[in-house]
Design a protein around this ligand. Structure first.
Ligand code: LMR
Length: 332
């Protein structure tokens, strides 16, 4: 007997078919506490992405290096073992995309306004294009803030850094920055910083207040200087093959969720850092020092030459382009 196939057009119940499909899983790994601008941004993206795709996507957020720590996470992303990250902009040099280290240059951003002109304009878009050949798609830039310096001795003048072992992220610009101060830089994964400070493997470090506080570094650093000498922010990135392979309606919904999560993450960054600094002050465990104008001038004199020193690595034109954005804001 021949099989009789009955096609009733238009009746295929796609709803139940979709309901039967397992959700698309996005593993979002990062290295900071959930209670930070990046941590809260990741959670907000999860909420918005699952809402926008009506559950067809599930975002699993792994904070505080619980899934991968610094160096591992980029390797995992390229292998597709994790789908989304938000590494510090200081951590793309080892990938071979050293232009991102422009964000690490001392005093390159006189204000957040200049920073946003870079990240939301052609410079930010051009930098993301450099990730594509590495199998990575850049989705957004998330803010954290300007960095302080910390150690177990007062850091008032550049000379105070002489002989100190200072932890840095994996950035040649930050290496040059610490050497310009007479310190010796040491790259360590973010998850290892507290113990390295506690045991004296390193004497000091730099980060925005939100990272210092949430990693309890103030418990093992007697002195903090609010230098604002440099900036720390993030690139939210995905595995390119995964992203390009998504159904277009899902990708569009995720782009919308990321746009809203970015607006949120950037809106809370300043207040999160101010709250963290106030919390550090309240513990009384560390002395917080504000530089005098004279001291600020001395720090700038010691650190500004790093911009020229790094032209061959980052690109003279790129540095000049960022400085033009600063000049445009200053001219307003
Ligand atoms: C650091 O390693 O100091 C920071 O990049 C950590 C982070 O992601 O904010």
């Amino acid at each position: 007997m021949s099989a009789v196939l009955i096609f009733v057009s238009g009746s295929r119940d796609t709803g139940s078919a979709q309901a039967q499909q397992p959700p698309i899983v996005i593993k979002f790994s990062h290295v900071v506490s959930a209670d930070t601008p990046k941590g809260k941004g990741a959670e907000r993206f999860k909420e918005l992405a699952e809402q926008a795709t009506r559950g067809r996507v599930r975002v699993e957020v792994y904070p505080n290096s619980t899934l991968y720590k610094d160096k591992e996470e980029l390797e995992a992303l390229q292998l597709g073992a994790v789908q989304m990250l938000a590494p510090s902009l200081a951590k793309f040099g080892p990938l071979g995309v050293k232009e991102f280290e422009v964000f690490d240059l001392p005093y390159i951003f006189p204000s957040k306004e200049v920073l946003y002109r870079v990240t939301e304009g052609p410079i930010g878009r051009e930098l993301f294009k450099k990730l594509e050949p590495k199998g990575i798609t850049g989705l957004a830039y998330w803010d954290n803030g300007f960095k302080l310096m910390s150690a177990n001795r007062p850091l008032h003048n550049p000379a105070d850094f002489r002989g100190l072992k200072m932890r840095i992220q994996s950035s040649k610009v930050l290496d040059a920055q610490m050497r310009a101060l007479g310190a010796s830089p040491q790259v360590l994964a973010f998850s290892e910083v507290y113990q390295a400070l506690q045991t004296g493997v390193v004497d000091g470090t730099e980060n925005p207040p939100s990272n210092l506080y949430t990693q309890k570094m103030h418990e093992v650093q007697k002195h903090v200087t609010l230098s604002d000498h440099g900036y720390l922010g993030y690139a939210v990135i995905v595995n390119k093959k995964f992203w390009d392979g998504l159904p277009s309606d899902i990708r569009r919904a995720l782009e919308g969720a990321m746009k809203e999560a970015t607006r949120y993450a950037n809106a809370i960054a300043l207040q999160e850092n101010e709250a963290a600094l106030a919390a550090v002050q309240k513990t009384g465990k560390t002395t917080i020092y504000r530089l005098s104008d004279q001291q600020k001038a001395e720090w700038r004199q010691a650190l500004l030459p790093v911009q020229q020193q790094m032209e061959s690595r980052i690109g003279r034109d790129l540095i000049a382009a960022v400085n033009r954005e600063a000049a445009a804001v200053a001219a307003k």
